[in-house]
Write a protein that binds this ligand. Structure first.
Ligand SMILES: Nc1ncnc2c1ncn2[C@@H]1O[C@H](COP(=O)(O)OP(=O)(O)OP(=O)(O)O)[C@@H](O)[C@H]1O
Ligand SMILES: [Mg+2]
Length: 607
């Protein structure tokens, strides 16, 4: 019973898409635009011809005026010119609507491609990247990138292409009036273009700053929403509002800086249009007075120059818009940039959810040392040696912060050891695709990781093709079937974000059911039963022990009674193994473990 129906192969748009976040907007467009090259070309062709037709009409009008000045009656030529005029206008409209049809047929897909490829390349990032990111910002950037791509394309298609084309045609027609007029126009065009591009670069950077501030704001909003319980219980609503208001001031400030920059650009451009227009007009009137151009050509000049001034103005606005989108997009891409997980993991993404067929797992840690990347001088694990034989069950104990979860993170290849090596079935973990280790393991983390989906979907996550019977069995073994059955919609109940609608212990049982369903040869439990009452825990322990029987297991627990029957227990302190042996051996040793055991047994912590 797969979670998703097999996709229509024609929709596998994303199959060959980028695996890494492109560094710049340009890289993104090249990558995402590739499959639609022909459609882009068709759009530009249709729109280009349409605009050419449109720009030809003043020329036809000038010819009508000239014909009428020569013979003031409706001659054949005038009729034909009128027919041509009507044809050009109708053709222009039809061609642009055809271009629109082409654009609408692929732009929505392209915009979704951007979202999908960024979603995919972001999920491929390292664990460390996510640890250091704000999910609000990540979501904001992905949405922003697809929204600005849409704006960018709209601007190019509807505000730039036709206009740019018209300007070039206008320059061409001006040559038919007088070369000097055309030259004046071209010089102005080039100057304005250079000026717009030069100012645009800075504008784009200022917009990226604005984008950065906006993303921080978005991150803050999501952070406050997801911690609404803390906001409520500490009655800090107005404090959160103040925090956001402070960020909003930064957003407004950075927007105003970019806006002022743009205002200066626009003012300069607007006045230059007046100057150029005036010069052109004076020059054209002089040419007419000198008898160098006809009255029709004078009208033609005025029509083209006027259309061109308006066009150029609109075009420079459009270029500004482009720089704005470009800045926004670059900000999003920069934010989404970060270290990827080892390359190899990305190639066989589809096999990552599968469990390895190899049922026997041996793990050896040789002199392993580890420090988190942002604190390289603070060693969390040092000179760590451990050997886990096939089907051996190893318990891990130690005070809070001793490095137990860090050890688990290394075993699951969330991080690479910074010293020494970890061998899994003889393979050096650091050299393997991370999916290699994950395909061998069922993992129940210290903090349960549940989706805002139904119970069934959450359990199914461990084995996407599991049958209903397998899911029911896993829930039974995890002592979850009773409470699930009591829920209004049973297994189809939505459990809220991170499973908030369930109790802590219920969440853990769902996580355990998931691990049971996964049925991998290595079981890694990090405080998997810490939130359960002793009765439920005992029942689950029984199920877990049965589950562990024919597999290798690493069990982290504070309650020593959970570990008592395991083959080997290691006691960790400040990232080192300080004691190692089975329960009885450690009691005889009379060290940390024996001490802890006595305290828990005496009821200091109920065992
Ligand atoms: N992502 C991280 N970046 C930097 N330091 C971290 C990170 N995760 C954990 N640490 C630090 O590593 C040390 C060991 O943490 P770890 O989570 O492994 O402890 P633990 O033994 O599992 O503790 P507990 O019993 O409380 O779960 C702690 O001092 C912690 O502050
Ligand atoms: Mg821990």
């Amino acid at each position: 019973m797969p979670l998703l129906e097999d996709q229509d192969p024609s929709l596998s748009l994303y199959a060959d898409m980028m695996q890494q976040v492109p560094r710049t907007a340009k890289e993104l467009f090249i990558e995402v635009g590739k499959p639609y090259r022909k459609k882009f070309f068709l759009f530009f062709l249709l729109g280009g011809i349409g605009s050419f037709f449109w720009m030809t009409t003043p020329y036809v009008v000038a010819k009508i005026i000239d014909a009428l000045t020569e013979t003031p009656s409706i001659t054949n030529i005038v009729v034909w010119l009128l027919v041509l005029f009507v044809f050009l206008r109708f053709a222009e409209e039809t061609l642009w609507r055809a271009a629109e049809y082409v654009a609408r047929s692929f732009v929505p897909e392209l915009v979704e491609d951007v979202r999908m490829s960024l979603f995919r390349s972001t999920l491929a990032k390292s664990h460390y990247y996510f640890v250091n990111s704000s999910s609000g910002q990540l979501g904001h950037w992905i949405n922003q990138a697809s929204a600005t791509t849409k704006n960018f394309i709209s601007t190019v298609f509807w505000n730039m292409w036709g206009m740019a084309f018209k300007l070039v045609v206008a320059a061409g027609f001006l040559f038919t009036v007088h070369w000097a007029l055309a030259l004046l126009f071209i010089v102005w065009l080039i100057l304005l273009f250079v000026f717009t591009v030069k100012r645009g670069r800075t504008f784009s950077e200022l917009i990226a700053d604005w984008g950065e501030e906006k993303s921080k704001g978005a991150g803050q909003v999501v952070d406050a929403m997801s911690n609404h319980l803390a906001v409520r219980s500490f009655t800090t609503k107005s404090y959160e509002e103040k925090l956001l208001a402070a960020q909003q001031r930064n957003i407004v400030r950075s927007r105003k800086i970019s806006w002022r920059h743009n205002l200066i650009t626009n003012a300069a451009k607007g006045q230059s249009a007046n100057v150029a227009g005036l010069l052109g007009l004076v020059f054209a009137v002089w040419l007419y007075a000198e008898g160098q151009i006809t009255i029709g050509e004078l009208v033609l000049f005025i029509a083209y120059f006027d259309a061109a001034s308006v066009g150029l103005w609109k075009l420079s606005w459009a270029i500004n818009e482009l720089y704005m989108d470009y800045g926004m997009l670059n900000n999003a891409l920069e934010g989404l940039h970060g270290a990827d997980e080892r390359q190899a993991s990305l190639q066989n993404a589809s096999s990552q959810s599968e469990v390895a067929s190899d049922r026997s797992v041996t793990v050896v840690l040789n002199n392993v040392g580890f420090a988190y990347p942002d604190q390289p001088e603070s060693k969390i694990l040092s000179s760590f040696d451990l050997k886990i034989e096939p089907k051996q069950k190893v318990g891990v104990v130690g005070g809070s912060g001793a490095g137990k979860s860090t050890l688990v993170a290394l075993l699951l290849a969330f991080y690479d050891a910074t010293e020494g090596e970890i061998l899994v079935n003889g393979q050096t973990l650091q050299e393997q695709d991370p999916s290699f280790m994950r395909s061998l393991a069922s993992y129940v983390p210290q903090e349960t990781n549940l989706f805002n989906r139904t119970i069934k979907e959450n359990v199914l996550y461990a084995k996407l093709d599991a049958t209903n019977a397998q899911i029911t069995r896993a829930l039974e073994l995890a002592e979850a079937s009773d409470f699930v059955a009591a829920l209004p919609k049973g297994i189809d109940t939505l459990i809220g974000e991170r499973g908030v609608k369930l109790s802590g212990g219920q969440r853990q049982r769902i996580a355990i059911a998931r691990a049971i369903l996964r049925d991998a040869p290595l079981l890694i439990l990090d405080e998997a039963t810490s939130a359960l009452d002793s009765v439920s825990e005992q029942a689950i322990q029984k199920a877990l022990h049965t589950l562990m029987q024919d597999r290798t297991a690493v069990v982290v627990a504070h309650r020593l009674s959970t570990l008592k029957h395991l083959d080997k227990i290691i006691v960790m302190d400040q990232g080192r193994v300080v004691e190692c042996g089975n329960h009885n051996e450690l009691l005889v040793l009379d060290g940390n473990y024996a001490d802890l055991w006595k305290r828990q047994k005496d009821g200091f912590l109920a065992a």
